[in-house]
Design a protein around this ligand. Structure first.
Ligand code: PHE
Length: 340
């Protein structure tokens, strides 16, 4: 029997080259399987003479390796190609999803301004406190040292609840009283909240608006603490280069009292329509807590002092963002809201 191993290798190489992933296993059987061409040769070895056996054995084993390698390479090649074809055919074009503008919502500019202001005071060690929007006369006025005949109590300014002495708070200051009743000094809080005044609305007045109150009570709190706290707030909120000034003022619940003006950033202090030619814009009221307020909450005014301040959120947002009509905040015109 004359066996041409090279011929087997050649025919295997030709068939493997033309194979597919489906036919490859058949070829493996055909050449290397139990009854495969190469296996058959190896099985005949034992009937050969020793020198023939050695020669043919070597050749057959080489052929086996060559065919094995060829099968393996082909399988790698074919399966890689299959993966490529599969991924190419399964590609999904997701770009149309992004053709439509994504309308994500965002916070209202008032919420954002409250958040920005609060963050600055939180960084200075203040905690946030909240209080009721419906108040008694005592919390809103009496405990805050308003004399019985104070004009703010007038029905002109205050919304009273029908058939009751209760009212919608006209400022966030009554929350000072709640906080001090519930807690001993040291007290360091800010109070964001809605307030209500019985006023006709125009470009700078609204019957509902927002304030942020501040209160700091401890031993040895002085006007210097008030000034440095508010100065650092103004610089952080409006910018390092903005100057501010404290102007003497009056509030029943603080003594001494002041109002803080910031240099007009529309004209840089030269004088313009916004600052009514004064170069300054008022942004908040403040002062040292009046001893009568401490008396109302049973704090010892010999031992403790404190400062308080209150600012209008809308007013501050209007100044910061150059908004000229307070009513814009409540109309919910998306063309306005989307700007912030
Ligand atoms: N409650 C005052 C107002 O509404 C502001 C203020 C708060 C003033 C705290 C001094 C201290 O105008």
């Amino acid at each position: 029997m004359k066996i041409d191993i090279n011929e087997i290798i050649n025919s295997a190489a030709g068939e493997i080259a033309a194979a597919t992933l489906q036919t490859l296993p058949e070829l493996k059987l055909k050449y290397l399987g139990k009854d495969g061409e190469i296996t058959k040769i190896l099985k005949t070895l034992k009937i050969l003479k020793p020198d023939e056996r050695k020669e043919l054995g070597q050749k057959a084993n080489e052929a086996k390796k060559i065919i094995e390698q060829a099968l393996e390479n082909k399988e790698k090649e074919l399966s890689q190609k299959a993966i490529q074809e599969k991924t190419a055919s399964q590609k999904v074009d997701i770009s149309p999803i992004f053709y439509f503008p994504v309308n994500s919502g965002h916070f209202h500019i008032i919420t954002k301004t409250i958040e920005d202001i609060s963050q600055i005071f939180i960084s200075l060690g203040f905690k946030i406190a909240k209080g009721p929007e419906i108040e008694t006369d005592w919390y809103n006025f009496q405990a805050l040292n308003h004399p019985e005949d104070h004009p703010a109590r007038d029905v002109q300014d205050t919304f009273y609840l029908q058939g009751s002495k209760d009212l919608l708070r006209t400022h966030t200051s009554p929350v000072q009283v709640h906080v001090m009743q519930n807690q001993k000094p040291p007290v360091r809080v800010i109070v964001p909240g809605r307030v209500f005044r019985n006023e006709a609305s125009d470009a700078s007045h609204s019957s509902t608006f927002h304030q942020i109150e501040g209160l700091f009570v401890n031993q040895n709190v002085t006007f210097v603490d008030l000034k440095s706290t508010l100065a650092s707030f103004v610089k952080k909120f409006f910018g390092q280069n903005i100057s501010l000034r404290f102007r003497p003022s009056f509030f029943p619940f603080t003594e001494p009292s002041a109002e803080v003006d910031v240099q007009c950033f529309f004209c840089g202090g030269k004088g313009c329509g916004v600052c009514k030619q004064s170069g300054w814009i008022e942004i908040l009221g403040c002062g040292m807590v009046h001893p009568n307020v401490f008396k109302a909450v049973e704090y010892d005014s010999e031992n403790y002092t404190g400062f308080a301040f209150g600012m209008g959120v809308e007013r501050i947002a209007m100044l910061k963002y150059g908004i000229d009509d307070i009513r814009l905040f409540y109309e919910n015109d998306l063309r306005f809201l989307r700007q912030f």
